[in-house]
Design a binder for this molecule. Structure first.
Ligand code: NAD
Length: 282
């Protein structure tokens, strides 16, 4: 039974997961190593709570609960010491995730389930750094977390059936639809979505159409809710590049990151998070 959730990493995904868990009745602690990131996450969540209440997305009791039961910290040990479920949302770097999982294993209660929100990577490899691989799993949320219904649940080699049930129940309590996916790089969604985005970037580089027209074509012709370039900006181009690099390493040539993606990241044009990506948000 999950009552307390700790979210590690308060960036694009972590703050969305913390908000969604809090309005769903969990007690939540959001941790980030950066004081600035914690403050940005707090402001984002408070603004979203106010907006959600105004437009009827959350009821008054949910807002009151979330305000009382959401904590913020930079200290990992404090964040996880009473958690039943820990959801890690630090950058998509395997060495970093392994290091964080070692810390989670050390400081989280023995019964706690440790979940990674990785978009592409092997939960088995991440779990292998812990003494509880049976309680480790991947729980892949989507962006924006409060709006997207899906959570891909990926069991590692040693993940127990009980762990799967625990995260499924937590996902359902958050109003999400969990699907079980076998472990393979990129699972179902990132494997598909990264290819679409990369192809759009290659088309842009080849001069096939403008940024706006590529997005319009995919939105209105293929009925996607967002164009692939605006979606990449929402995801974060640094995150998308890390996803592509991992898939390229594990699945081969088809996933070679588009040179334009590499160039944008080098320029610091990371999408919405930096104010400029394929589009200008300033
Ligand atoms: P992000 O860069 O927006 O945020 C990452 C946060 O982690 C930052 O605030 C950073 O300060 C913090 N951090 C770094 N090292 C840390 C540590 N050791 N301990 C605690 N915090 C630390 O990244 P993001 O887009 O939120 O991605 C996080 C994870 O979620 C990645 O694995 C990514 O692949 C996955 N994901 C991202 C999306 C998306 O649309 N952005 C969607 C699904 C899954």
């Amino acid at each position: 039974m999950v009552n307390r959730i700790a979210v590690i990493g308060g960036g694009t995904m972590g703050r969305g997961i913390a908000y969604t868990a809090a309005i769903s009745g969990f007690e939540v602690t959001l941790q980030d190593i950066s004081t600035e990131a914690v403050e940005i996450a707090r402001e984002y969540i408070e603004a979203l709570l106010g907006k959600s209440r105004e437009n009827g997305y959350v009821q008054q009791h949910q807002e009151i609960w979330a305000k009382k039961n959401l904590y913020y910290t930079t200290e990992l040990q404090k964040a996880v010491s009473k958690a039943d479920l820990v959801i890690e949302a630090v950058p998509e770097i395997i060495e970093l995730k392994i290091e964080v999982f070692k810390q989670l294993d050390k400081y989280a209660p023995a019964h706690a389930v440790l979940a990674t929100n990785t978009s592409t990577m092997s939960p088995t490899e991440i779990a292998a750094s812990t003494t509880r691989p049976d309680q480790c799993i991947a729980m892949h949320f989507f962006n924006p977390v409060h709006q997207m219904k899906l959570i891909e649940i990926i069991r590692g080699l040693d993940t127990s059936g009980e762990t799967i049930e625990i995260v499924k129940q937590a996902a359902e309590k958050m109003g999400k639809v969990p699907v079980e996916v076998n472990e393979f790089p990129g699972f179902v969604t990132s494997r598909m979505n990264c290819l679409i985005g990369n192809e759009a970037m290659n088309m842009l580089m080849e001069g096939v159409a403008s940024i706006e027209d590529i997005d319009k074509a995919i939105k209105y012709g293929l009925n996607h809710p967002m164009g692939p370039l605006e979606l990449a900006d929402l995801v974060g181009l640094d995150t998308r590049l890390r996803n592509m690099e991992y898939l390229y390493r594990h699945l081969g040539e088809k996933y070679r990151p588009s040179p334009i993606l590499v160039k944008y990241v080098k320029a610091g044009r990371l999408g919405r998070k930096s104010g400029r990506g394929f589009y200008d948000y300033s």
